[in-house]
Design a protein around this ligand. Structure first.
Ligand code: ADP
Ligand code: ADP
Ligand code: ZN
Ligand code: ZN
Length: 751
């Protein structure tokens, strides 16, 4: 008989307390519980980890040296796993050449269609690709934009080369790149640029490449000389190789980006653009909203093309079904949000005919308005019905409701969690006495006494993306929620329009906090300095000893706690440092104690424990704030790169809690939060407001919407059908706004 359960025996990853579980196969199982309770530790660190490892074992040892290394998870046994596919919210990497059309392969099908049926047809499918020399615009090489170097911000005319006249990063005096100019013999290195002749300036900026000799540690080395603009363009711009956000924003101040005048941003050359089907070029089609493109393709009455068209429509339709109908195929994948990226990935798997797989989703409702959640549910059900097992970590009550099986992890976070509180059907869950059941049964209420809006900060009117010439009016000193279905224009109006016009607004997003292995909650919030001072005062030694990034660090591993093994024929591997056993400190540091605990013991305390341990006021105050944002379960020394997006966001929020007079912008602060945690985050947002700040949240969570002072609802639908402001005012007033979809979801509890 076929095994009908995945079985886990005594799992102990992170905070799990010998968790044993049976998970039904070919069903949808939703994992719930407060954040930090251990859901990810079960689903990702135990199940997905073991599935990956088992798959890895099936390869020969030779092949395995090329694959990522899988550690065996901490558990006595795990039985009956299938091949696991993790569909997470990691954004698509990719560069400016990667679009929704290229990522989903729909563009290659369209190219095939055009090469066969368009007139004039210009040959093979590749000729219709903006990533192929035969199809791309020659000026921008298929990017659609041209980027030029800004001389005014690149050079400081008041300085000489020796004084650092070249302002670009990596060109400072003494650097390798600087030497190519300073030692070229072309310039007087002490002459200020404003005194250069026209020829000298041209030589500095635009000269073609030539060889020069440069000295480096007493050796003469051949170097290439090129004008700064020529070099900069070649390195950074033409290829747009490096489109990571950090690199892009670093370059932003030195460059001007324009729509390519030759192709008008279409990326294609004139030959491609002149080839038409139904009167549209391939660019016209990729620039249509997906739902409009389907309607257009259905009009093609070409018998020979029907099969191909059906294939294209099927893929487009599944994107629409998951609520992405407002997108276009031209949309660059690096600009997709986490939730959008996850839905695009999901569609890819849905079109696969493989069965018997194990699909694992991480909060797939992120970014979805309550109105769109049913689409997600349809997709999960379809995956199951194809004969797959679906595991979902989720807080949204509408997703929990469709589960065949619910596993509730708790009771609290961190060391206070790690146990299975409930395992059974949704109906049974409702009769249980878990925290999740309590919230699922709870009747929500709307805020009755919103703070009044008095003064507003208003952005200029905008037509960016789908916006219909609207401005954002943010009431100062109160809590405002911006609402609307996915694709309605919330991020565009808030992040692209408002935040750019009021750059002093502070955005607290979910991106990682300087996510390296050397920082932790106590270094990030500054508590570590105070703790070091306590240890140094009590023991009469220098404070630096208590920092593993300073004199206190283990000399073998340099304070990282691990050693990287770099065997030439294998992947990099990390092992725990044998000298310090991974605790990062020198042995001698451990003899110094405060209240009988040494610094390593302190780093292993949770924030909740540390609050009662330390007496210094400044330490207590900061720790209490971390408690307030619901992070009491983190340890003081937990590396920040192990924190989830939601945890990072709350940590950032905690750092801001003592300031006033700021405007804060938060994007879905409830991501990763259990219904009971939402109350905590609301308290925090209100505290920020009480301290004299303005808080603006983009949010789908109905509880946050209900408890805001002011709502701004954008819609009515996504894409072209959105971009209008439907309602601005206190939450109760939205009920009378007939065009608002959000209103329908708040309606029931207003009356
Ligand atoms: P959930 O998914 O329910 O939010 P997690 O499974 O992510 O919870 O976390 C459970 C506990 O384990 C938390 O206290 C968390 O801080 C801790 N934890 C998670 N990952 C790591 C890690 N890599 N190292 C140390 N602690 C971790
Ligand atoms: P929301 O935040 O409400 O989900 P967005 O502001 O992200 O909505 O999107 C509004 C519209 O603008 C959608 O049609 C979307 O496809 C489009 N859009 C958003 N970002 C970009 C972008 N970087 N480039 C082109 N179009 C975009
Ligand atoms: Zn061009
Ligand atoms: Zn060490």
């Amino acid at each position: 008989m076929q095994q009908t359960y995945i079985e886990i025996v005594n799992a102990r990853e992170n905070n799990l307390k010998n968790v044993s579980l049976q998970i039904p196969k070919n069903k949808i199982t939703v994992f719930t519980g407060v954040s930090g309770s251990g859901k990810s530790s079960i689903v990702f660190d135990t199940i997905a980890q073991e599935a990956g490892r088992q798959l890895n074992e099936t390869y020969s040892s030779f092949v395995r040296t090329f694959l990522p290394r899988y550690r065996r998870p901490e558990a006595d046994a795990i039985h009956n796993l299938s091949t696991a596919i993790v569909v997470d919210q990691k954004r698509f990497g990719g560069n400016a050449r990667s679009t929704l059309g290229t990522a989903t392969d729909i563009n290659s099908l369209l190219r095939l269609l055009f090469s066969r049926f368009a007139t004039p047809s210009i040959g093979y499918g590749n000729a219709y690709s903006f990533n192929d020399p035969s199809g791309m615009c020659p000026q921008c090489e298929g990017i659609g934009r041209t980027i030029t170097l800004n001389i005014a911000t690149t050079l400081d005319m008041e300085k000489s080369l020796n004084e650092g006249a070249i302002l670009l990063p990596g060109f400072g005096p003494g650097t390798w790149q600087w030497k190519a100019y300073a030692e070229s013999g072309f310039f007087d290195n002490d002459k200020k640029l404003k005194d250069y002749t026209k020829e000298e300036l041209h030589q500095l900026m635009y000269a073609d490449s030539q060889k020069v000799m440069v000295s480096y540690q007493n050796t003469e080395i051949n170097a290439t000389y090129e004008g700064i603009a020529v070099k900069f363009m070649r390195q950074n711009v033409k290829t747009e190789k490096d489109t990571t956000k950090a690199a892009a924003s670093k370059l932003e101040q030195f460059t001007t980006t324009c729509t390519c005048p030759t192709c008008d941003g279409t990326r294609y050359n004139p030959t491609v653009l002149s080839s038409k089907l139904l009167g549209y070029s391939i660019y016209d089609m990729t620039a249509m909203q997906l739902d409009d493109l389907i309607a257009t393709l259905k009009k093609l009455e070409e018998p020979m093309a029907q099969q191909l068209i059906e294939g294209i429509i099927e893929r487009l339709q599944s994107l629409c079904d998951i609520g992405l109908g407002y997108m276009t195929l031209t949309r660059e994948t690096p600009t997709l949000s986490g939730g959008e990226s996850q839905r695009v990935k999901m569609v890819k798997y849905l079109s696969s005919n493989l069965t018997g797989l194990l699909y694992i989703f991480d909060e797939p409702s992120t970014g979805l308005h309550p109105h769109d959640v049913y689409r997600l549910n349809d997709l999960l059900v379809k995956l199951r019905d194809k004969g797959n097992t679906v595991l979902v970590v989720e807080h949204d009550s509408d997703v929990i409701r469709i589960a065949d099986h619910v596993i509730d992890v708790g009771p609290a976070a961190g060391a206070g969690g790690g146990q299975i509180m409930f395992s059974g059907s949704y109906e049974e869950l409702l009769t249980s006495d878990t925290l999740t059941a309590k919230y699922l049964k709870n009747q929500a209420t709307i805020k009755v006494n919103p703070r009044p809006a008095t003064t507003f900060l208003e952005s200029e009117k905008s037509t960016l993306h789908n916006l219909k010439n609207v401005s954002l009016r943010v009431p100062l000193g109160i809590l405002t929620a911006v609402t609307g279905v996915a694709g309605s224009g919330k991020s565009t109006l808030v992040n692209e329009v408002f935040a750019k016009q009021f750059p002093d607004a502070i955005r607290i997003d979910q991106s990682a906090v300087q996510a390296n292995s050397r920082s932790n909650p106590s270094t990030y919030t500054g508590i570590m300095n105070a703790i070091r001072k306590v240890f140094s005062d009590v023991n009469g030694v220098e404070a630096g000893l208590f920092s593993y990034n300073s004199t206190g660090g283990c000399e073998t591993c340099g304070g990282t706690g691990t050693i990287e093994l770099n065997l030439s024929f294998m992947d990099k591997a990390e092992v725990v440092c044998a000298t310090c056993q991974g605790n990062r400190y020198k042995q001698e540091v451990l003899q110094y104690t405060y209240k009988e605990k040494n610094i390593v013991d302190v780093m292993e305390m949770t924030i909740a424990e540390a609050v009662t341990f330390f007496e210094a006021k400044d330490i207590q105050r900061k720790l209490t704030t971390l408690n307030t944002v619901g992070l009491s379960y983190l340890t003081l020394g937990q590396p920040l790169n192990t924190l989830s997006g939601g945890e990072c966001q709350r940590l950032k929020l905690a750092k801001e809690m003592t300031t006033k007079g700021n405007i804060y912008i938060l994007d879905e602060p409830t991501t990763g939060l259990h219904m009971s945690d939402v109350a905590t985050i609301l308290q925090m947002l209100n505290k920020l407001v009480e301290k004299g700040n303005t808080v603006l949240v983009i949010e789908h969570n109905l509880d946050v919407i209900r408890h805001s002072d002011w709502l701004i609802d954008i819609g009515p639908t996504g894409g072209i059908g959105g971009g209008e402001i439907l309602y601005e005012g206190p939450p109760t007033g939205i009920a009378s706004c007939e065009r608002s979809i959000t209103a329908q979801y708040l309606q029931s509890d207003i009356e």
